[in-house]
Design a protein around this ligand. Structure first.
Ligand code: NDP
Length: 213
């Protein structure tokens, strides 16, 4: 299987890259600053960077949109959540996902590939526990985006899955989180493997439980 994982230089993305490699898939990862490694350069907020991606990727069976940010922790409801933070977060977590999918559609259509979008349970309206307004709204939008892509791409045989990766020990998740990146990646690979046109539009947790929208 030919796979591309965005935001693969650390955290869940890096663990996904390692897990795909370990089982022999042909996988490439992206990074904003790839350095000297094997990663492809990609800043999902930069349309020129996204536009350069298809030429470097070739045929594709699975696109994993993993890159994301969560900057609005500790913001006070009465004074925080500035407009620039909304713009930056949506540019990464929503527009960035859409532009990446759009750029790679020809490659995905050619192989009837699949798309996995890493959203979060914090984007679910069923988990409206307050706070983190920007991140929650962005992950709700990513979920909505995935559901509508599933509808539009059904005609091309492209399945779209949306996932909550668990509360994972990364820079974003923090050291008190429930699971390791290895556990998250292992579970997510199983989810991606079970994604098909019949299950397109699904919103699932890393360990295979359907999540309410
Ligand atoms: P990390 O903060 O550890 O890693 C985020 C990754 O996204 C990094 O590789 C980062 O690159 C990349 N990234 C950020 N902005 C951009 C950009 N503009 N263009 C390209 N890449 C970018 O996060 P996690 O690994 O924890 O999270 C991965 C995904 O899982 C995210 O979408 C997150 O919202 C989601 N998630 C995580 C949970 C958790 O508990 N950890 C829970 C629920 C969802 P760089 O190093 O350059 O910053």
């Amino acid at each position: 299987m030919r796979v591309l994982v965005t935001g693969a230089n650390r955290g869940i993305g890096a663990a996904l890259l390692a897990a795909f490699e370990a089982r022999g898939d042909t996988v490439r990862g992206t990074a904003r600053r790839p350095g000297g490694g094997d990663l492809l350069p990609l800043d999902v907020t930069d349309p020129a960077s996204v536009a350069a991606l298809p030429g470097q990727v070739g045929a594709l069976d699975l696109l994993v949109c993993n890159a994301g940010i969560f900057p609005d922790r500790g913001e006070a409801l009465d004074t925080g959540f500035p407009a620039a933070m909304w713009a930056d977060t949506f540019a990464t977590n929503v527009t960035g996902v859409f532009l990446t999918v759009q750029a790679l559609l020809p490659a995905l259509k050619a192989s009837r590939g699949r798309i996995a979008i890493i959203s979060s349970q914090m984007g679910s309206s069923a988990q409206a526990t307050g706070g983190a307004y920007i991140y929650r709204a962005s992950k709700a939008a990513a979920l909505n985006l995935g559901r509508n892509l599933a509808t539009d791409l059904a005609v091309d045989g492209i399945a779209v899955g949306i996932y909550h990766p668990g509360w994972v020990r990364t820079e974003m998740g923090g050291s008190a989180a429930d699971i390791s990146v290895t556990e998250a990646a292992g579970g997510l690979l199983d989810r991606f493997d079970s994604l098909s046109p019949a299950t397109s539009g699904t919103f699932e947790t890393w360990d295979g439980r359907p999540h309410p929208f």
